[in-house]
Design a protein around this ligand. Structure first.
Ligand SMILES: *[C@@H]1O[C@H](CO)[C@@H](O)[C@H](O)[C@H]1NC(C)=O
Ligand SMILES: *[C@@H]1O[C@H](CO)[C@@H](O)[C@H](O)[C@H]1NC(C)=O
Ligand SMILES: *[C@@H]1O[C@H](CO)[C@@H](O)[C@H](O)[C@H]1NC(C)=O
Ligand SMILES: *[C@@H]1O[C@H](CO)[C@@H](O)[C@H](O)[C@H]1NC(C)=O
Ligand SMILES: *[C@@H]1O[C@H](CO)[C@@H](O)[C@H](O)[C@H]1NC(C)=O
Ligand SMILES: *[C@@H]1O[C@H](CO)[C@@H](O)[C@H](O)[C@H]1NC(C)=O
Ligand SMILES: *[C@@H]1O[C@H](CO)[C@@H](O)[C@H](O)[C@H]1NC(C)=O
Ligand SMILES: *[C@@H]1O[C@H](CO)[C@@H](O)[C@H](O)[C@H]1NC(C)=O
Ligand SMILES: *[C@@H]1O[C@H](CO)[C@@H](O)[C@H](O)[C@H]1NC(C)=O
Length: 539
């Protein structure tokens, strides 16, 4: 057997060799005037940026986290910034990062939440791997949905047009810059970025050959309602139905682990398949002689049960599956189970479904039905017919943290089942173009108690590109590249957990995540921190 590290390094040093002499410096010097000829574009600048440069982003909307934040550029590249109009009242701002060492591959990054923010860290990550990379602002700046109001063109950019436009323009800039078209086209995104990836697979199947769509915000309309519904269930901080963050984390989470952690064979704080967890919050109801500081009232137990129950529409159809027990975590619990309506849902109902004067405290099931029926530009992104993408040889890797508290991982299963029924394919045949990896113990897109480093971002590659972190056995991006270019599909993705998420402290454990519908089970013998002690099984 060839050593996987050697295999990975062989794979990634095959850089494109130009047939005619390619002068990087002069290409960067002339790209601005060349690209100005692309319809509807205004080029802001094109600069050579040497490896090691710390870029800052003074023009970014402060809500994006800039300025104050910066991004180190990992390889020499030509940075091109431009805008593209998409209608007479909308447009995108985008960047193309063109590395000196080009692999012939093109890649688009995505966005998050309702933003509005170029994800510079993803541009740095993929440029460093030799992709000519683009990223856009999704048609508006900042994290608010305010600009969707009364401007369906800005909304159209958010739903699909920003990504598609930045791909069309980005491929053209790439061709102009290197003097030859790209050989393969890829996408990398998570959350809203995961939805954007699926939107292109569904509606623009020619845009990408390979897509990594993480924790996808698909079934979008109902996701906005589901996130708002937690406030319907929990009420405000003085409601008898309310459950505090301390109760979720210290009491309920611990009780969920007591009931469900051992199902996979190891009590390690990670529930491999939360579908098997039939959590019973009623065991926490305060007894007659109970200690009132470590138990729930019957009303609170009812809230917890509702949180972990699916959401049905006014016709009795499943709108959105249940929250998964075990997903409670300190970073997100106060946001999703807050005394206020979830912020993205507030913006969605204020600026898209209704208007800014609408009182989100009154949201109810009939409003959620209105939102589902409205479905602007089919933002639901739930089309189960992927045959156009499949028939041109496209490949999708989707992954979802099983402890994601913001977007239920069960929703990706819901979609997977929908694809299976729509296309009439069992999992063994879906495997030919779509593989879904359930990442146990991963929170929203990254972090969490599980082996969450799977190369999905720069931090998911330990912030460090090495033959090991780029090994397609453990990196979802290089895995999709290998699948597209060599026909080798990933059966599992090896995840790594570092001690305190600090690479220097060493590996705490690693685990091979199974593709759906397989689930991971401890073999019962051996060291549970080692991947070989676990097996992917169907039951
Ligand atoms: C370009 O890639 C080659 C092969 O990986 C490497 O040896 C070289 O250092 C790279 N050059 C730059 C400027 O990044
Ligand atoms: C977004 O910000 C960019 C600068 O990064 C600016 O050029 C552009 O005009 C802004 N777009 C909108 C819609 O405000
Ligand atoms: C692009 O930038 C130019 C120059 O700043 C500006 O005039 C134009 O309105 C911008 N277009 C869009 C769609 O933002
Ligand atoms: C340029 O923008 C106009 C609207 O402003 C649009 O109708 C047209 O399709 C755009 N052209 C391209 C190539 O996108
Ligand atoms: C919506 O936009 C139209 C023009 O496009 C304008 O006449 C109207 O006043 C706007 N409504 C609000 C509430 O801003
Ligand atoms: C909190 O909810 C209770 C009902 O559960 C209601 O009576 C009260 O007015 C609410 N308080 C606020 C500030 O919304
Ligand atoms: C009640 O539970 C809390 C938290 O577990 C503990 O600190 C406290 O000592 C308990 N009180 C009694 C009277 O048992
Ligand atoms: C799926 O889409 C393709 C291409 O648009 C179409 O030919 C086919 O009939 C569709 N299949 C189903 C089951 O709707
Ligand atoms: C890991 O983090 C915890 C909490 O921050 C700390 O108590 C512990 O000492 C850290 N462990 C190591 C090995 O640094």
């Amino acid at each position: 057997m060839i050593h996987p590290v050697l295999l990975a390094s062989a794979f990634f040093t095959i850089f494109w060799t130009p047939t005619i002499a390619f002068n990087f410096d002069s290409a960067c010097g002339s790209i601005a005037s060349q690209a100005a000829s692309i319809e509807n574009t205004t080029i802001f600048f094109a600069d050579i940026v040497p490896a090691g440069t710390m870029l800052t982003f003074p023009d970014q909307d402060p809500s994006c986290g800039f300025p104050g934040s910066s991004q180190e550029v990992l390889v020499d590249m030509c940075r091109v910034a431009l805008n593209v109009s998409t209608s007479d009242r909308s447009g995108i701002t985008m960047e193309a990062w063109l590395p000196r060492n080009w692999t012939g591959r093109f890649l688009s990054t995505g966005n998050g939440g309702l933003d509005g923010c170029i994800q510079y860290v993803d541009l740095a990550y993929t440029t460093a791997q030799g992709f000519a990379t683009v990223g856009a602002n999704n048609g508006h700046n900042g994290t608010s949905g305010r600009l969707f109001f009364n401007n369906s063109d800005v909304l159209a950019d958010f739903v699909y047009r920003s990504i598609h436009t930045n791909v069309v323009v980005g491929k053209e800039i790439t061709r102009m810059f290197y003097g030859t078209p790209h050989k393969h086209s890829y996408y990398l995104g998570c959350s809203t970025g995961g939805r954007q990836g699926f939107k292109m697979v569904q509606d623009f199947p020619d845009d990408f050959d390979g897509v990594v769509a993480g924790s996808p915000a698909i079934n979008w309309n109902n996701l906005m309602s589901w996130s708002a519904r937690f406030h319907n269930i929990l009420g405000n901080a003085t409601s008898p139905t309310f459950v505090t963050s301390e109760e979720w984390l210290g009491l309920i989470h611990e009780n969920i682990l007591e009931q469900c952690d051992i199902i996979d064979g190891v009590a390690d704080g990670i529930i491999e398949d939360p579908n098997l967890c039939d959590y019973k919050p009623e065991v926490l109801i305060c007894g007659s002689s109970g200690n009132l500081s470590d138990c729930l009232t019957p009303t609170q137990a009812g809230s917890v049960r509702q949180v972990f129950s699916p959401m049905f529409d006014t016709h009795g159809r499943l709108m959105y599956p249940r929250q998964q027990p075990g997903s409670e975590n300190a970073a997100l619990v106060g946001l999703i189970y807050s005394p206020d309506v979830f912020p993205f849902s507030q913006d969605w109902f204020h600026f898209v479904v209704f208007d800014p004067s609408f009182d989100v405290e009154t949201l109810d099931l009939s409003d959620y039905q209105i939102a589902e029926d409205l479905n602007p530009f089919n933002i639901a992104t739930f089309n189960g017919n992927l045959s156009s993408f499949q028939s041109r040889g496209g490949k999708v890797i989707t992954y979802h943290g099983q402890a994601d508290e913001l977007i239920a991982p069960t929703d990706t299963e819901f979609y997977y089942h929908h694809v299976a029924r729509t296309m009439g394919l069992p999992p063994s045949e879906i495997d030919e173009f779509l593989r879904f990896f359930r990442i146990s113990g991963m929170s929203h897109c990254e972090t969490g108690p599980g082996a969450w480093e799977i190369g999905q971002t720069l931090s998911g590659a330990s912030g460090n590109l090495t033959p090991e972190t780029l090994d397609p056995e453990r990196n979802v991006l290089t895995a999709v590249v290998r699948w597209v270019e060599e026909g080798i599909a990933p059966d599992t993705i090896l995840g790594t957990k570092f001690v305190n998420d600090t690479t220097e402290l060493g590996v705490a454990f690693s685990r091979r995540h199974c593709r759906y519908p397989f689930r991971n089970n401890f073999d019962g013998t051996g060291d549970s921190t080692l991947p070989d002690s676990w097996s992917c099984k169907l039951d």
